[in-house]
Design a protein around this ligand. Sequence first.
Ligand code: PLP
Length: 371
Amino acid sequence: MAAERKVFWSVPDIGADEKKAVLETLETGWLGMGPKTKQFEKDLSAYTGAKHSIVVNNGTSALLTALMTLGVKPGDEILIPTYTFVATASSAIALGAVPVLVDCDPATFNVGPKEIEAALAKHPHVKGLIFVDVAGLPADIDAIRAVAARHRLWLLEDAAEAFAGVYRKTKIGNFDHLTIFSFHIAKQVTTVEGGAIQTNRDDVVERLRLVRSHGEGKEKYVHVELGLNFRPTDLQSAIGIAQLAKADHYIALRDRIARRYMDRLSSHLTFQAVPDYATRPTWMILMVLAKDRTERDRLNTHLNSHGVDTRIPWPPIHRQPYFTARFPPVACPVADATFDRALSLPIGNALTMDDADYVIDTVRAFYGMKG
Ligand SMILES: Cc1ncc(COP(=O)(O)O)c(C=O)c1O
């Protein structure tokens, strides 16, 4: 085994291109939302094929902008996956919506038509559905769209973790429903903090732009919609333009690392299943399942004590203290079992193969595997 080293959970690739972009933008004298943001929006649309891109200051703002645009009102029941990062649910709750939590699939950790139909059978008054591409794995979008159409639900895809992902032959974002992305520092493309909304729908675009910026119409200080300040700065957008040019390179690198982990560790760890429809998973988070919670905790301690930084991914929403303080208990046994066994291993835009091999060797040593 190689000498001990420190391997970070996620290493962003911020270098000469991004520094140059920021310095050039500083010199233009226009730092707030302006021409760089317009350019970033154009580039995002060119990349995914989506007709409209609206850049905002983070992924949570993207969720809020989308939900406000969709007209979510206090008391509206919304289907939300329980196995996700907190913002998927908290953005809806902040607007007064009532979350109806949906359990996940045990193999993909995403929600699918089966889980959604089961939740709808118990909650016939639901108005809309947020689904998530967990850890960067595209969910079964066609199947989910069909269920939403059958039940006349609005649809919002939380692809905060899945920028550059491909579902069948279509890039995530290039759909008629609203899709949001996050460009937080650990993401495949980063603006340090940032986000975007994409859609092919024409009828929501003006409203999305109004909600992003205080609902201010054509006349200064005249606010025609209820909006807030979700604007990005041009410094962020300049970084985004530089990062987006390398998106395919980053995904290829993440894919190589993920495949190496799978090749060497699948006999002891279970990886997130990649169905055929998920043509290009983006591996924002490299999630594995140990046999049970005890083994996961022991493996985690072993990795940390050998310099490998890890994360135990999010407790499901139905187990979060802020949720249990407000809403009645919900049974989501698959998400519970997933949470008990899950661990996320280092991956990132600047993780080297040597570092990945060190992580692999450290896991193999834990299981007493040779070589
Ligand atoms: C599924 C999901 N939704 C929303 C967000 C919120 O994005 P941000 O951190 O950019 O606000 C995240 C964060 O990474 C996320 O993982």
